[in-house]
Every structure is written in C-alpha cells, then in structure tokens.
Ligand binder design. Structure first.
Ligand code: NOJ
Ligand code: CA
Length: 554
C-alpha cells in the first residue's frame, strides 16, 4: 500500500471522565488531560483519541450527545479544548475525537422537536413507527426492545443502543447533510481525525419484520437486522466523499459485522476509512459482544489464530488498528492472562505480542501500567448500563445471581473505566474530591508515579516498545514490514515474522509456564528485544516462561 502518515502513529486512548480531574469535582476533564501531556509525551505516544466530550446527559458516558457543537461543561470549555489541541501539537501530539453519528441523545434538540411536534421536519430525523403494538421483536444492544413508546402518543421510536440514544434516520438526506457539515466543522477546528462510533449500525433492514427469537425474552439481536445491512455502502461512500476525503485526516471506524471479504471496500486504497477495529480476538471468550453469559472456552492458540487470520486479511488490502483494550473491554491482563494477570513477565509479553503486529498500535489508558480488572460484590456497584442489562438478562436466561455477577465482573466495561491511578495517595491521585466511580483496590501496587520511577516497570517496557518502533534501526521493518505467521512447537507460543526486502525479524512470545524450545526460520544475527537472557543456537531458541524474544534473522 502507499505510505500514509497515520501508519507511524502511536495512539493513546483517553476516557476523559476517568483520566485526570483538575478541579476536584470527581470527574476527569480537559485541563486534567493538559496537565498530563508531559506524561504522555514521555511515554512516546503521538496521537490521542479522546472519547466523547460533547454536551450529554451522560446516560452512556458521552455516547449520547445532546449538542455536537458544545462541550459537556464538566469536561471544560471550547477554549480549553482549543488550548489542549495547541499545547499537544507543540509536543508533537495530534488529537482525534469520537464521532457518534448513528444516534444522538434523546435530549438533543432535534429529538425534542420531533417529540413536541410530529409534523416538524425533525420527526423524520429519527425512526418512528405509529401503532399501539411494539413494531417488531428486535433486541437493542443494551437490552430490551429497540422500540420505546412515545409518551401520550401511539408511536414508538427506534434505538439500537440505550433508550436514551435514539437512532438517526440516515435515509433522510437532510440528516446526512447536517451531519456532514458538523463533521467538516470539527475537522476545520484542527483535529487530526476521528474514531467513528458504531458506524455499521446506520443502515437498517427497512422491512422492519420480526425474526425468529434467539432468547427467552422472545427477542432477536438487532445486529442481524441493523448492522452492516445491504445499502450501507452508499451512505459510507457519501460520508467519506463529503467529509473525510476533503481533509488529510485519519479515521478509525468501530465497524463490527464487517466480513473479511468486504475489507477492501472499508479500508482498501479507496476505502471508506483509514482503518477499522477488528473485534474477533476481543470476543474470543463470549458468543457475541452482547451475550457475556454465553462464555466460550479458549486457548492461546485460538487467540493466535484469530489475530493472524485478521492480520493476513487486512494485509491484503490495507492497514490494521491493533488493540487489546478499550473503554468497552475488560483489562487485557485479566482477560488474556487469567491467573497470570499479575505476572509482570506475562504482562510485558502480551504487550509486545500485539504491539508489533502490522498496523497502528492503540494503547488504552492504564494499559501501560498493566492495570487489572476490579471485582465487585453486588450489582449496585456497577455504573455501566450494559453491565446492568447483562446481569438481569443472564438471570432471565437461567443463570444464578452468583453466576450473573461473575460474568459481568469478567466483562464489565467498568473494569476499564475506573479512575486512572496516578499515585499511591487518596483516590489514587485522580481527584482531590470523590471520584465518580470507585478507584480500583490495586492502586497502591499499580500507579503511574511508582512505575515512572522504576525502570523495570510495565510503563518503561511500553516506553521501550514505542521507542523501538519509532526510533530504532529496526523502525522500517517493525512499522512497514509484512507479517508472516509462524507455526510453533508449543501451542502456548505465538510467533510471527516481520519482513521487508532488506530485513527479517522473528518475533516469539511465550505464554507458557514451562521452558519451550522453538525453531527459528534462520540463524540469529542481532537481538531486537529479549525480556530474559536470550538463549539460542543455530536455528533454535529456548524461551523462558513468558519470555518475549525478537531477533533479526539472516
Ligand atoms: C460503541 C462505544 O464504544 C460504546 O462505548 C457505546 O456504548 C456504543 N458504541 C454506543 O454509542
Ligand atoms: Ca473535573
């Protein structure tokens, strides 16, 4: 593929509510981010993705926008955002924002107008159906019907996510044009691009017919009828042509439901987006992203197979967005390493394994400290709307309360949303007030201040990974090299090659508790990274438990 500037970025994702609180109200804010720009710069990141900061009743923590042109006052002012963009730029850090255009908040002026007056043009900005019966049996992503009754009228409105997140009607040209204008206005503001939320939901099956139920509630997942539906290509192409294409920006789409055969359309040379997130490896422990109680047993080999299948499919047409965490996922340490979540060697190897895949690495706040899941003992301790729904749905589907609690503890989005542990002081140094969500019990053991001072910490390991990719002699190969998966003797070792015409780097990541011997495709000529003493001879390497071993081979 032709080189693009965003291939060389290291993206750091910020969940603003939980990153750093500058004024003691318990809520993270823009000035908090500004105060940590040096921390981010020292880590080596080059771009920040900031989750939604727009005006919102915060029913889904900002993914329910009530005004695209105003910021949530708890996060700060437009002036402060401008300042953040400017100060970040001075440090060589770009900013991308979250673009939520499948739905708005029910408190958005457009929706309020639609409710007030069914004859107003805003009524057709959303999806309404009249009648006294629920129009069909589709289940929303956050549980219950996709339809919500309009009070005082025989009418229902459609929501793919929460009931305070009505879907916009993309069939309406004026809706689309209004959104494009807004997108362009933000790009003109000076941001580098967008992470694009839930974009494969914008087209619905317009027959709105019921389908066969897939749960005891008599409903069927709306992903079957409102995700990546035929016809979506027209909207996505238009969105790109009217907005992104006019700017030299980067776009990373949350696009679940896209098949590998369709990747060319999405991220090919002339694709709708720069990159999309592939969730296949992230969902390896559950039947679907909206059914946490349907657990699936998995092995490191399954993780390897999913990642490699994805890498090879994407390599054919474009560029990956590599991640192991985000604000919707549990902590990668707890999820992928299980009883080894606190084993620093294992945490480092997990980090290196995904970091050197072909693509742009995304790091979620706290991942660089090796943060872990936070176990809660009752449903009342959860904030995330999706966790609360999954708890009751599990029980409805026959789980005991203990099982339901166990499943949501494993998967809750709150795991990633706990306040960032800056220091080993009260409230983990996140806020001088009471944090909006309880800090984890681990902050005395896992916090930024201690790790910055400890050269063996996970933080310094991530710093080193970034430095290797961005500044070392191996840069060209580690960024642009092709990826070729390697077969391994041990099923708990993941191995691949990165390769340019000039150089080949063999990369071995052991998730085994035993010493493992692996074959090298050729002899070692130079070590790139080894987390334990490198032991190799001719075409064989001996890997200590949880060791990362990367070397240039002849
Ligand atoms: C995906 C976002 O990542 C998630 O946090 C949000 O709840 C849904 N989209 C709805 O916007
Ligand atoms: Ca604050």
């Amino acid at each position: 593929m032709q080189k693009k500037w965003w291939q060389e970025e290291i993206v750091y994702q910020i969940y603003p509510k939980s990153f750093c609180d500058s004024n003691g109200d318990g809520i993270g804010d823009i000035n908090g981010i500004i105060s940590k720009l040096d921390y981010l710069k020292n880590l080596g990141v080059t771009m920040l993705w900031i989750c939604p900061i727009f005006q919102s009743p915060m029913d889904d923590n900002g993914y329910d926008i009530s005004n695209y042109f105003a910021l949530a006052p708890e996060f700060g002012s437009m002036e402060e955002l401008r300042n953040l963009v400017k100060l970040a730029k001075e440090k060589g850090i770009k900013i991308i924002l979250d673009l939520v255009i499948n739905h708005t908040s029910d408190e958005h002026e457009w929706f309020q107008e639609a409710l007030k007056d069914p004859n107003s043009k805003y009524h057709d900005f959303y999806i309404f159906k009249s009648g006294t019966e629920v129009p069909n049996n589709w289940r929303s992503m956050f549980g219950g019907s996709v339809w919500e009754k309009v009070e005082g009228r025989d009418e229902f409105y459609y929501h793919s996510f929460g009931k305070k997140q009505p879907d916009l009607n993309w069939e309406n040209k004026e809706v689309r044009e209004t959104l494009y204008q807004m997108v362009n206005q933000w790009l003109d503001f000076g941001i580098a691009g967008f992470r694009v939320d839930a974009i494969t939901f914008i087209k619905k099956d317009l027959t709105f017919q019921s389908r066969e139920a897939d749960g005891v509630d008599g409903l069927v997942k709306c992903t079957k009828t409102s995700r990546n539906q035929p016809g979506i290509e027209t909207f996505l192409r238009e969105l790109k042509e009217q907005t992104f294409q006019k700017h030299d920006c980067v776009t990373v789409a949350e696009a679940p439901g896209v098949q590998y055969e369709e990747l060319e359309d999405f991220i090919g040379e002339d694709g709708y987006f720069s990159m999309i997130f592939d969730f296949k490896h992230a969902d390896l422990d559950i039947a679907s992203g909206s059914e946490w109680f349907k657990r699936i047993p998995w092995t490191i080999k399954d993780l390897r197979d999913r990642l490699m299948t994805s890498q090879l499919a994407i390599q054919k047409v474009g560029w990956s967005a590599n991640f192991i965490e985000n604000h919707d996922q549990p902590r990668a340490t707890s999820k992928y390493l299980l009883d080894q979540e606190a084993n620093l060697d294992a945490v480092k190897t997990l980090g290196a394994m995904y970091f050197f895949l072909r693509g742009t690495p995304f790091i979620y706040q706290g991942q660089e400290l090796g943060m872990r899941n936070f176990t809660r003992s009752g449903i009342e301790e959860f904030n995330d709307i999706s966790s609360i729904d999954q708890y009751y749905r599990s029980i409805e589907e026959g789980c005991t309360e203990e099982e339901a609690l166990h499943y949501i503890n494993l998967r809750s989005r709150d795991n990633a949303r706990t306040p960032f542990p800056w220091k080993n002081t009260e409230n983990a140094g996140f806020s001088s007030g009471k944090p909006w969500l309880k800090v984890t019990e681990h902050y005395s053991e896992i916090n930024a201040n201690d790790q910055v001072q400890n050269p063996d910490s996970i933080y310094h390991f991530y710093r080193h990974l970034i430095d290797l990719r961005q500044n070392s002699d191996f840069k060209e190969c580690l960024i642009y090299g092709d990826i070729i998966p390697l077969e391994t003797q041990c099923q708990d070792v993941i191995a691949y090659i990165r390769k340019t015409e000039k150089e080949t780097i063999g990369c071995y990541f052991s998730f085994s508790k035993e010493v493992q011997k692996e074959l090298l495709p050729a002899e070692v000529s130079e070590i790139v990274l080894s987390t334990k003493t490198a032991i190799y001879k001719e075409k064989e390497v001996s890997l200590a438990p949880f060791q990362t071993f990367m070397a240039v081979i002849k």
